[in-house]
Design a protein around this ligand. Structure first.
Ligand code: FES
Length: 147
């Protein structure tokens, strides 16, 4: 029996017309994360000046929900401070997209983790500590299983 997944209009919009696709040369921070189970990979580039995220771009080799969540996540972090960007959780991304079906929640976690990984890279490069930021995990399946 095939399962029909119902996506919100916003998810379909961000999947069909993803914002901020691409890469940033000499980005202040780059984060790449993957999920071993579905094989999807997401990379987020951040341009940061004076602790403000000036620009964000992404490349996602993954499912439609992963593309939509990366698109929305980059939209949400642009213009935010590093601290504010930390609060762009997978829940916040899902809410901004008017929800995701339960089987696709891990896709939004990939977006949160990619942002965190990019911020971590930025902190490492600049020798700073970002309060509340943990080292990125290699494979987000670890967090999904803990949740
Ligand atoms: Fe794995 Fe969407 S199915 S990221």
């Amino acid at each position: 029996m095939s399962q029909v997944i119902d996506y919100s209009e916003k998810v379909m919009d961000h999947f069909s017309n993803p914002r901020n696709v691409g890469e940033i040369e000499n980005a202040a921070g780059v984060g790449t994360v993957g999920n071993a189970k579905c094989g999807d990979i997401m990379r987020i580039y951040l341009d940061i000046e004076n602790e403000i995220i000036k620009d964000a771009k992404f490349k996602t080799f993954g499912c439609g929900a992963a593309v939509a969540t990366s698109s929305m996540a980059t939209e949400l972090v642009i213009g935010k401070t590093v601290q504010e960007a930390l609060k762009v959780t997978n829940k916040a991304v899902m809410e901004a997209l008017d929800g995701l079906p339960p089987v696709k929640i891990h896709c939004s976690l990939l977006a949160e983790e990619a942002i965190h990984a990019a911020l971590w890279d930025y902190a490492q490069k600049n020798n700073i500590t970002i309060e509340g930021l943990k080292a990125p995990v290699e494979d987000i399946e670890e967090i999904v299983e803990e949740a």
